[in-house]
Design a protein around this ligand. Sequence first.
Ligand code: SF4
Ligand code: SF4
Length: 413
Amino acid sequence: MGKCGAKPAEAKETDPCAPPTVAPTAAESGQPDSLAWFNKMVEHNLAYAREEKARGRRLVGIACEYAPRELILAADAMPVCLCGGFEQMIPPAERVLPANLCPLVKSTFGFHLEKANPFLEMADLIVAETTCDAKKKMFELMAESRPIHLLELPQKPDEPDAIERWTVEFRKLQRVLEDRFGVRITEDRLREETRRMNRERQLRRELAALMKADDPPLTGREVLDMKSLIACIPADLDQYEAALKELPGRRVNPPTTERVRVLLTGVPLPHGAERVMDLIEGHGGLVVCQETCTGLKPILEDVDPKAPDIVAALAEKYLRLPCSVMTPNERRMESLRRLAAEYRAQCVIELVWQACLTYDVEAHRVRRLVTEELGLPYLRIETGYSPSDSARIAVRVQALYETARYRPAKGPA
Ligand code: SF4
Ligand code: SF4
């Protein structure tokens, strides 16, 4: 999932994502312009969306990294992430949805009921998907009052016919976009948008790779913040390039060398739901790698813009995304092995949103991989958007760091 959900105006005063007791970071010499730019991401995205809408461009909401942004861009529309990250939107959602549901789904639905997400209110279409049951059934309710197209995701990605069925879903989406918006998605345009998305993915990969350094010039929270709700905004691409020039050599305080290197895996952290990241980094950790949908997971692979069948090539890339809804999900284990080594993680923290069954069950496999095969300390944090358990989480991450610091030297097997 990209960075999600605009903050409702009334959320400011009781922001549940306020920083923990220890400030996560401060640059020694002010904040680089590129970081300052992404600190105002929602404002920039809103201004961009309004301007583009005013000149007739459509806006398409998405809520998952399986939604192909390239197809939406090729229909001359803007793909915008709608995932809710704010606790304030949960009580309204619980008037309709069961309380025992993932907070991300509830928050997204709360924004819908309250009409509090300006991007959702501007959306001409929502591209939904059958990933987890919670989202699938939530979309069914949302479809009662909003235009929704549902992608049916094959969940056994290695079955020979999975890619065929997923490619058919992409071709259906292409027709829906064309019919609804009265445009034709040409092959040339689709290849062009594939190149643009590749560029955005590559720039974000390069920024994330700065965390491989012994003394990374960023915190994990800053890496998390360096993205947009809307894909491929030209000014964002310029800022990524500027960041790659101005960030190397930057010093962060407290120094990144003094912190425990953490690989964060599990559920996405949409905009507003960064509390756990701040707790991890506010108590002696540095998230050097994010194996999540708001981190590296969706940007690790590109699409060949010259592929003979560009729609099939896109479908193949997206189907390879190792979300826990897939079974078996061997690709996630492969990715974790590789990333733990590349980013020299000293421990792994797995975040599971309450009631997210697929990530929760898969946590067992991840724990086994991390502790038995990679020989690293592992911590599973199951939580929601409420800060009520922040103190307990802080104690647990500090204990993990003690173990990571003093464990006998043993690299990945
Ligand atoms: S974790 Fe799974 S369901 Fe959530 S955004 Fe990623 S791919 Fe979609
Ligand atoms: S975090 Fe889990 S339950 Fe929540 S939307 Fe994602 S896959 Fe579904």
